[in-house]
Design a protein around this ligand. Structure first.
Ligand SMILES: [Zn+2]
Length: 319
């Protein structure tokens, strides 16, 4: 029996690994605009860097690939891959030959350079970014290069080259930050890889991060349904299940004093029962969040004499 179980575990682990492997290599490469054999360079670089760029303009990856294919020589600029358009990977230069993306020293030390095309769409970015991260990781692995970021031996942003060697380009950190990806997050993602289905949500798209981005301000202006009423800790309180983050209510954390709300359904404020609609009174309807609990997606507001009340961040954001 014991043996049976361990066989099952091994089988499950194998499936799990298979899934992980598939996730990591989900993207496919489009060779439509790849340089021909008589284009680009045949110089062999040192296997020291994989260089991460962004294109600097809000244009489709395909347009960038077409442009580099047409102007690689006249403009003296091309890289191996351009990622964008919803996880599309366009090949331009040959892997393992010098490309012209970051100045002569960096080019001579990079078997692969990758451009990320810009988009204003967060949903598209989530997919493009995941593919970009995985392609950078795969390129590093192919050439025995570290996935550490910006150490000078591994994956580096173009900015690292400007800061340490030559040039003034600052990409890709400003663009990544515009979609909520810090350099630290990028470094972390390069270590782990990402699922390419867009289900990866950068920290900034979480409700908690949106509150933080808004200077911790919250408002509760919409009417809320009273789902339960209870006399608790010396005062009448109610809960709304959605605002409490579920039916598993903790009255110390999630109870809202009836004293700070008013009915919006025309009913008697001194007789509030299940199903009544209420709204927060001023000044309780706006302020700053005092505490965050990412583990439960909770945000805490200190209501003075009523203590800290915890809300589900997703629900509070909609109110
Ligand atoms: Zn660059």
């Amino acid at each position: 029996m014991k043996n049976k179980i361990s066989k099952l575990v091994v089988a499950l682990m194998a499936i799990f690994l298979l899934v992980l492997t598939n996730v990591a290599s989900a993207y496919s490469v489009d060779y439509t605009y790849a340089l021909n054999g008589n284009e680009g360079t045949y110089q062999i670089p040192y296997n020291r860097l994989i260089i991460a760029h962004d294109t600097g303009t809000y244009a489709p990856a395909r347009n960038n690939a077409i442009f580099e294919k047409r102007t690689w020589l006249s403009n003296q600029a091309f890289v191996q891959y351009i990622v964008g358009d919803g996880g599309h990977v366009y090949k331009v230069g040959r892997d393992g030959n010098v490309s012209w993306g970051a100045g002569s020293w960096a080019n001579a030390n990079a078997p692969v350079q990758v451009e990320l095309a810009r988009t204003y769409s967060q949903a598209q970015f989530n997919i493009d970014y995941a593919v970009y991260v995985n392609l950078l990781r795969d390129s590093a692995r192919t050439y025995g290069i570290s996935t550490n970021l910006d150490t000078g031996y591994g994956i580096v942003g173009h900015k690292w080259v400007s800061d340490n060697v030559w040039g003034d380009h600052q990409d890709p950190y400003g663009y990544l930050a515009s979609h909520g990806i810090s350099k630290a997050q990028f470094a972390q993602d390069l270590k782990t890889g990402l699922p390419e289905n867009g289900n990866y949500h950068p920290n900034n798209s979480s409700s908690i991060q949106q509150f933080k981005n808004a200077g911790n301000w919250y408002t509760i202006n919409k009417p809320i349904r009273v789902d339960e009423v209870r006399y608790w800790r010396g005062c009448w309180q109610f809960v709304n299940y959605e605002l409490a983050g579920g039916r598993d209510v903790n009255w110390d954390n999630n109870g809202i004093p009836l004293a700070i709300v008013t009915r919006t359904d025309g009913g008697d404020n001194d007789n509030v029962g299940k199903g009544a609609m209420v709204k927060f009174d001023s000044p309780w309807n706006t302020g700053t969040i005092d505490s965050y609990d990412p583990a439960t997606n909770g945000v805490g507001v200190n209501y003075g004499k009523y203590g800290m009340i915890w809300f589900n961040a997703d629900t509070l954001l909609k109110l």
